[in-house]
Design a protein around this ligand. Structure first.
Ligand code: PLP
Length: 385
């Protein structure tokens, strides 16, 4: 590389494992010595076919994706999936009913789940908010949810955001499925759970069979921007709304093994390298262990600062991936913090423009040493200011 790499706390696109970048650097010029860049190969050729098939197989192994689920590589980011979800779920069951709009239920816990909800409304789904969080906690007391016996009967899916990247609120160490099943007397039993896992995908083991659909933009934990992974239970396919744009139609993507049109080849290739890397680390149990050590160190440092730093999020749902923090007694110092951090090679620590303060995104590829550098800087900064 020539110069030292910076410690990048960006929320996405985010830092990538250095081993993966080195391998990609080789393949960028001459993939497996076949005289072509990995970027130049036909998506219908043998080499790319192997790349996409291996990427899928490795992801299935990593996450333990059961055979009854399809894995799709799509485009348009998670934002396109905000629309794809309501386009694809629950339309063909009741086609005889003129003007039929399927019901869908949303748990809104921060900025991204609210965007998902807004998109569902645009598509014409009868989208309901079951409960809204205060950006610091997750309303998991089902007794307070705005539901009735009819909701579960009619609902075609229940949507959650597994990790709110901006607020740093994560459905952590919890089984959203069991919460859902207990909700209001189990009325959601059998209703598919749909999760936006963009910012905690592959950061820990997940019981895929708890979900009807999992989707995630790649650019945080598993690759470059440009590809979005969708894992969908096959019995949910084929219920697409009439007039759905082809590129949002999971059934068409499934029938064409994600190769209906030119896929984001390079992004898929990079994800494949990352999946192999995660397997070589020991799989998602090991990855979770490392992530817990990283976020534990950061949250402990905030706690031990005696109120100098503050994380507003309820400890029960603090994200392992995105750690927001402030300097509550002297917010003017936050700007200085960001400037001095950057001068020390710690970059992209500014909180999202909607919430301010600082945010350290510490996805899989952020090494423990990166977080150690940050906490050491935080302690020095506190001592100095
Ligand atoms: N969902 C979550 C949780 C996100 O963090 C983001 C982006 O940061 C999105 C959705 C939107 O993703 P994209 O930019 O890939 O459309």
């Amino acid at each position: 590389v020539g110069t030292e790499r910076l410690v990048n706390f960006s929320a996405g696109p985010a830092c990538v494992y250095e081993d993966v970048l080195v391998k990609a650097q080789e393949d960028l010029l001459n993939f497996e010595k076949n005289g072509l860049s990995v970027m130049e190969m036909s998506h219908r050729g043998k080499a790319f076919t192997r790349i996409i098939e291996e990427a899928e197989a490795d992801l299935r192994e990593l996450l333990g994706v059961p055979d009854e689920y399809s894995v799709l590589f799509m485009q348009g980011g998670a934002t396109a999936q905000f629309a794809a979800v309501p386009y694809n779920l629950g339309w063909s069951d009741d086609v005889t009913d003129v003007g039929f709009r399927p019901r869908a239920d949303y748990l809104t816990t921060g900025s991204w789940s609210k965007k998902a909800l807004a998109e569902a409304k645009k598509v014409g789904v009868d989208a309901n908010v079951v409960a809204t969080g205060d950006n610091k906690s997750i309303p998991l007391d089902a007794a307070a949810w705005d539901v009735n016996a009819d909701s579960g009967k009619k609902s075609k899916y229940f949507h959650v955001c597994a990790n709110e990247t901006i607020q740093g609120v994560e459905l952590k160490g919890l089984s959203p499925r069991s919460v859902l099943d207990e909700a209001a007397g189990g009325i959601y039993q059998g209703v598919p759970l749909v999760a936006d896992m963009s910012s905690n995908f592959c950061s820990k083991p997940v019981k895929v069979s708890d979900y009807g659909v999992i989707y995630a933009g790649a650019q945080k934990n598993v690759g470059p921007a440009g590809v979005t992974i969708v894992i969908v239970r096959k019995d949910l396919l084929g219920k697409v709304r009439e007039g759905t744009p082809t590129m949002l139609d999971w059934t068409i993507m499934d029938e064409n093994s994600s190769l209906y049109n030119t896929p984001p080849c390079f992004s898929i290739y990079m994800c494949g390298l990352v999946f192999k890397h995660l397997l070589s680390l020991g799989g998602l149990d090991k990855v979770e262990q490392i992530n817990k050590a990283k976020c534990g160190l950061l949250y402990d440092t905030i706690k031990q600062s005696q109120g100098y730093y503050d994380c507003p999020v309820d400890p029960k749902v603090r994200s392992a991936m995105n750690v927001p923090f402030t300097i509550p007694e002297n917010p003017d110092l936050e700007k200085v913090f960001l400037q001095e951090a950057e001068a020390n090679g710690l970059i992209n620590l500014k909180g999202h423009r909607s919430v301010g303060g600082m945010r350290a995104s510490i996805y899989n590829a952020m090494p423990l040493e990166g977080v150690e550098k940050l906490v050491s800087f935080m302690k020095d900064f506190q001592a100095k200011h």
